[in-house]
Design a protein around this ligand. Sequence first.
Ligand SMILES: [Zn+2]
Ligand SMILES: [Zn+2]
Length: 180
Amino acid sequence: MFVWGDLMQFHVQETMSKGLKAKVDESIDVTALFEGRSDVISKGPLHVSLQVIGNEGGITVDGELSIDWELACSRCLDPVKEHTVIPFFEQFKPASESDEGESDDEEDDVIAVAGDRLDLKPFVEEALQLFMPFAPLCSDDCKGLCQTCGQNLNEHTCGCKTERIDHRLAVLKDLFKEEQ
Ligand SMILES: [Zn+2]
Ligand SMILES: [Zn+2]
C-alpha cells in the first residue's frame, strides 16, 4: 500500500500515475479538535468513508463523514444527541512552481498539495468543524433558561417577572448604551 502507517495519507505522484483507487474506511478520534468547548459534550469517533481516485490530472476524494455526538442545546444547554452526516468532495493536484505567487482564482476548487504526501486528515477535520450544527436545539419549542435566575424553563417556571430578552437583542442594547 501507499501509506505511512496512517490510512489517510497518500503518495501524490504514485496515486496519480498508477490511477490508484483506494477506499478510506476509518474511525478517527476528534476529541482534541473540540477541547475546551463546553457546547460539545461528547463526540465521535468520526467515521470517514471516502473513495480516493488518482488520475493524470490529480486526485479526487469523494464520500462522506458521519459522527454521533452530544451538543449543548443553544437555549437550555441540555445535551442534544445529533447524528451528523457530512458530504465530502475535494480535488487535489500537485503544487507546481508556476502556482507559486499566483492567485488561486483560476482553479479555486482544486487544492494544490506541496510535496508528495497528501494527508486527508486536516481536510476531514476542517469539514467537520465547518459543518457543525450552528445552534442545536433539544426541541423546536425549547423554552431555554430564565435570564434572571438561570432556571431551565422546560422543567419549571420560575417566579421571575422579567420578560425574556433575546441574546442578540441584549447585545444590541449594550451597544446603544455605550454610544450614549
Ligand atoms: Zn433546550
Ligand atoms: Zn427566573
